[in-house]
Design a protein around this ligand. Structure first.
Ligand code: RB5
Length: 146
């Protein structure tokens, strides 16, 4: 399991707490920033997480901003990204089972660290259900990626 994680300043503190969990569990990850509470622009980090997932060898990405909204919108502009803004274990599980999400977006100001870690654990423990593949193919078609 190899994960890429990135955030803007609104997600920075949550990112650091998730990294501490990855360290404890010896889960391999790459942090693409940001590296402080200084203000940055979430599209830059959504793009970086999206490109890492689609061009490099990661199982999935975690993208965090204040709400998860902006960074999920940005990540979804990268061809091949299926970023899901998840806020509980049910949406995390369904994002994998139904949507085969390859990025999960979280809100550093809206989701508590313990909840975020539980969400990530749930996502990692879920499996895509192949009966939804036709819908995933239709998403690819929207990208002109037939
Ligand atoms: C930055 O202040 C904030 O707008 C950003 O983190 C995010 O919540 C945007 O969707």
């Amino acid at each position: 399991m190899r994960i890429v994680i990135g955030s803007d300043h609104g997600g920075y503190e949550l990112k650091e707490k998730i990294k501490a969990y990855f360290d404890t569990e010896k889960i391999d990850y790459k942090d693409i920033g940001t590296n402080s509470n200084d203000s940055v622009d979430y599209p830059d980090y959504g793009k970086k997480v999206g490109l890492a997932v689609t061009k490099e060898d990661f199982d999935f990405g975690v993208a965090i901003c204040g709400t998860g909204i902006g960074i999920s919108i940005a990540a979804n502009k990268v061809k091949g990204v299926r970023a899901a803004l998840v806020y509980d274990e049910t949406t995390a599980r369904l994002a994998k089972e139904h949507n085969n999400a390859n990025v999960i977006a979280l809100g550093g100001r809206t989701t508590a660290p313990e909840k975020a870690i539980s969400i990530i654990k749930t996502f990692m423990g879920s499996t895509f259900e192949n009966r939804h593949q036709t819908r995933i193919d239709k998403i690819k078609n929207i990208e002109g990626n037939e």
